[in-house]
Ligand binder design. Structure first.
Ligand SMILES: [Zn+2]
Length: 292
């Protein structure tokens, strides 16, 4: 598709037909090599576009803070799962490509086939999936301000435990619960490691505060089957060049420590429950009483 690279003018088939007699430097590409690299660039561009259309992960820089509210997160009240979040979980790999600051996440396929990322030593994390609205204002590169963006909040074990306590304070659900989140340092969970309950409101009221017309869309829980990136083992091998470890596009696995940004440790002192009373509907709530 798209990019066509013609036959190079430099080296001929024999590789020894340079006019001047000096060999072309290795970084000047022509012919099939150039075509291959062109395709890689195009695939990367297509993936970036694809990822732009997917929901971003909630992420805090070290020492940063934010205010979010949850769209889902009921605690199961019966059955084997009693006391645990009745949400979707997934095993996933975090891969930070060379030259990119933003990691990508890939569903681990080890339940159904040999997972190339596991084989390469990239540890998969088991995470619980929440939909949230990030009410924190951020300014993009063009100086434009954004707020109230929907995000995927992927929580590992320690974070899940902390969130379960917040849910318990709110009658067994995180839906409509607003938290102030902060992240201590670079070793703390990337979603933050300290959570303060701001309050809880009916989702309808929260949604209407953001968009009185499209509020239902605002509070719709993300379709995680759509939002997560699933590649088959073959797809991963192709993407990460696992079949050609010495090939030109070889990146290897992320060399980031699997535990960097993990979510261990941290005190979790319970603040007194401080949520305002919730109404039953959402319509009676004065939007000015919602703090974002
Ligand atoms: Zn895996």
């Amino acid at each position: 598709m798209g990019i066509n690279v013609g036959k190079g003018k430099g080296k001929g088939a024999g590789g020894a037909t340079q006019k001047s007699g000096t060999a072309a430097p290795s970084w000047l590409m022509s012919g099939s090599k150039a075509k291959e690299v062109a395709n890689e660039h195009q695939e990367a561009a297509e993936e970036r576009k694809l990822n732009r259309d997917k929901l971003w992960r909630y992420y805090l820089k070290p020492e940063a803070a934010g205010r979010i509210f949850f769209l889902n997160g009921d605690i199961a009240t019966e059955g084997e799962e009693k006391g645990s979040f009745d949400i979707d979980f997934v095993e996933e790999h975090k891969v930070t490509s060379h030259g990119s600051k933003v990691p990508s996440f890939y569903v681990c396929v080890s339940r159904t086939e040999t997972c190339p990322l596991c084989e390469a030593g990239n540890f998969a994390s088991f995470v619980g999936l929440f939909g949230i609205i990030d009410t924190t204002t951020f300014t993009d590169r063009n100086g434009k301000e954004h707020k109230n963006r929907k995000r995927i909040f992927a929580a590992k074990g320690q974070t899940i435990k902390k969130l379960a306590k917040k849910a318990a304070q709110n009658g067994g659900s995180l839906a409509g619960v607003m938290l102030d989140v902060s992240r201590s340092d670079s070793r703390s969970a990337t979603v933050g490691d300290d959570f303060d309950l701001v309050g809880a409101w009916p989702l309808e009221a929260l949604g209407k505060k953001i968009d009185p017309e499209k509020w239902e869309e605002v509070i719709e829980v993300p379709d995680f089957a759509e939002e997560l990136t699933y590649l088959s083992a073959a797809g991963m091998r192709e993407k990460f060049h696992f079949d050609e470890p010495s090939g030109p596009g070889y990146q290897g696995q992320s060399n980031e420590s699997p535990y960097a940004g993990g979510d261990d440790g941290g005190d979790d002192a319970l603040p007194p429950a401080a949520g305002p009373d919730e109404g039953d509907g959402g319509s009676d709530v004065n939007p000015d009483s919602i703090p974002f």
